[in-house]
Design a protein around this ligand. Structure first.
Ligand code: ADP
Ligand code: MG
Length: 228
């Protein structure tokens, strides 16, 4: 069973004269198969928190352990590899590579992992079909809608079969139809493949789908609610 264990996690930004406690002593555990929403007002520390879970930002103090590996203790190369194996990212701005087709964008991570060509071919096609883009395999980002691009980003995040998928405001730039489609896909992968999703959101319809809702305020957890 894969687990993320977060202990006393803190991030202080010292860029101005007044230090900003963006994340202020968070203790939480996430288990495989969870479907978690992280909510709270703008500036409460959601993005900083997610970036530290994924090893994109270094904590000021405290730790993130993924399956008992403290990710801060890894060298940056080890961390990149570890991240590729364990974590998929979906961002608000889809971060697709504009000159590549959907298929090439999804294949990219697997190429970094030196996967065999035929495996890459099979899995990219299967992933794009599973997010409903079987007919957009050879389209480039500027030939697709925002919702379609976000689904390519989901397929890409899943390419390395991560146990945990972190999504920072994944529906922020989507209309309601695209939001519903994206949520349905996340829910399906969660239920059928036991993939864990941790997502931040401002959208109540997205919050309503979560099975656990964590509320942050001023960098602290003020409520952690399991929905039965
Ligand atoms: P949220 O995603 O909930 O809106 P953030 O994690 O982006 O919150 O920000 C939390 C706090 O940290 C805010 O006060 C923000 O201004 C500050 N902050 C975020 N990133 C930086 C940074 N790179 N340098 C300085 N302050 C930052
Ligand atoms: Mg944010």
């Amino acid at each position: 069973m894969s687990v993320i264990k977060i202990s006393n996690l803190t991030k202080i930004y010292n860029k101005t004269q007044v230090p900003v406690h963006a994340v202020n002593g968070i203790n939480l555990t996430f288990e495989e198969g969870e479907f978690v929403a992280i909510v709270g007002p703008s500036g409460c520390g959601k993005t900083t928190f997610m970036n530290m879970i994924g090893g994109l930002e270094e904590p000021t103090s405290g730790s993130v352990e993924i399956n008992e590996t403290n990710i801060s203790a890894l060298t940056s190369n080890q961390r990149i590899n570890f991240r590729l194996q364990n974590i998929g990212f979906i961002f608000q701005s889809y971060n697709l590579i504009p000159v590549l087709t959907s298929k090439e964008n999804v294949a990219f991570i697997m190429q970094l992992q030196n996967k065999p060509k035929n495996e890459i071919e099979e899995r990219t096609t299967q992933l794009l079909q599973s997010v409903g883009l079987g007919n957009k395999i050879n389209s480039k980002p500027n030939q697709m809608s925002g919702g379609e691009q976000q689904r390519v980003a989901v397929a890409r995040a899943l390419a390395s079969k991560p146990k945990f998928v972190l999504a920072d405001e994944p529906t922020a730039n989507l209309d309601s139809k695209a939001t519903t489609q994206l949520l349905d896909i996340m829910k399906k992968l969660n239920e059928e493949e036991n993939m864990t999703f941790i997502f931040t959101t401002h959208d109540q319809r997205v919050v309503d789908k979560a099975r656990r809702i964590i509320t942050l305020e001023d960098g602290k957890v003020i409520s952690d609610q399991i929905i039965s």
